[in-house]
Design a protein around this ligand. Structure first.
Ligand code: C5P
Length: 211
C-alpha cells in the first residue's frame, strides 16, 4: 500500500486537532500535533527564564523531542504566546523540519499545524484546511478552559479568548517564514455548522476520493 500523508492546517482552535486525531484513528495512522513542538520549545524557554522572542530559541528547538510533547503544561495562555514567538523564527522552523518529516516514516501519518501542506509535506496525499469563524473558535476554546474567576461574565470571557485567538492568527499569518495559509491544492472544510462527527465524515469522504 502507498504511503499516506495527510496534512491538516488552519488557524487556532478551528478543530484541526480533534479532526486530525480522529482521522488518524480511523485510518490507523500515527498522529502528530506539530504545534506541540513549538509549544515545548516556548515552554522550555519560559522555564529557563528566557524571552521566547530571542534567537536562543533555536537551541531549545534543537533539543525538543517527541518525548517532550506529552507534558501537561503546554496549553496555557503564556505558552500559546511563547509558541507563536518561537515559531516566527526561521532558524527554529528549520530545526524542526526533520523531526516532522521523519515522523511520517515509511507508512505515513496525519499531521496538524500551520504549514504542513505548504512547507513540511508539499507532496502530502491529502491536504485539508480547517476554518471556523473567530467567534465559533473562541467559544470552543473557552469551553475547554477552566472558568476565569476574575471575569464573571460569560460574554466577556469569550470576547477575551476571541481577542487572544485573533492576535495569534494575525502573528501566524503575517510572519515572513511559513505564514499560515492554505496550500493551493488544499480542500477547505468550514466547521462552523458541523459537529466533530460530521467533520470527520467529510474528511473521510475527501480522503476516499483522493486515494
Ligand atoms: O496548533 P497550536 O495552536 O498548538 O500551535 C501553537 C503555535 O505554534 C501557533 O500559534 C503557531 O505560531 C505555531 N505553529 C506553527 N506551525 C505549525 C504548528 C504550530 O507555526 N505547524
Amino acid at each position: 500500500t502507498r504511503r499516506l500523508v495527510i496534512a491538516v492546517d488552519g488557524p487556532a482552535a478551528a478543530g484541526k486537532g480533534t479532526l486530525a486525531r480522529r482521522l488518524a484513528q480511523a485510518l490507523d495512522l500515527p498522529y502528530l500535533d506539530t504545534g506541540l513542538l513549538y509549544r515545548a520549545t516556548g515552554r522550555r524557554m519560559i522555564d529557563a527564564g528566557l524571552d521566547p522572542a530571542t534567537a536562543a530559541a533555536e537551541e531549545f528547538a534543537a533539543s525538543v523531542g517527541l518525548e517532550d510533547l506529552s507534558r501537561t503544561d503546554l496549553r496555557v495562555p503564556e505558552v500559546d504566546r511563547a509558541a507563536s514567538l518561537v515559531a516566527s523564527q526561521a532558524a527554529v522552523r528549520r530545526t524542526l523540519v526533520d523531526v516532522q518529516r521523519r515522523f511520517a516514516g515509511a507508512h505515513g501519518a496525519v499531521l496538524d499545524g500551520r504549514d504542513i501542506g505548504t512547507v513540511i509535506f508539499p507532496d502530502a496525499t491529502v491536504k485539508l484546511f480547517i476554518t471556523a469563524s473567530p467567534y465559533t473558535r473562541a467559544v470552543r476554546r473557552w469551553e475547554q478552559m477552566a472558568p476565569n474567576p476574575d471575569v464573571p461574565d460569560r460574554a466577556e470571557q469569550i470576547a477575551r479568548v476571541e481577542r487572544e485567538i485573533a492576535a495569534r492568527d494575525a502573528a501566524d499569518s503575517s510572519r515572513a517564514v511559513a505564514p499560515l495559509r492554505a496550500a493551493e491544492d488544499a480542500v477547505h472544510i468550514g466547521t462552523d455548522h458541523l459537529s466533530a462527527d460530521e467533520v470527520l465524515a467529510e474528511a473521510l469522504r475527501i480522503v476516499a476520493r483522493m486515494t
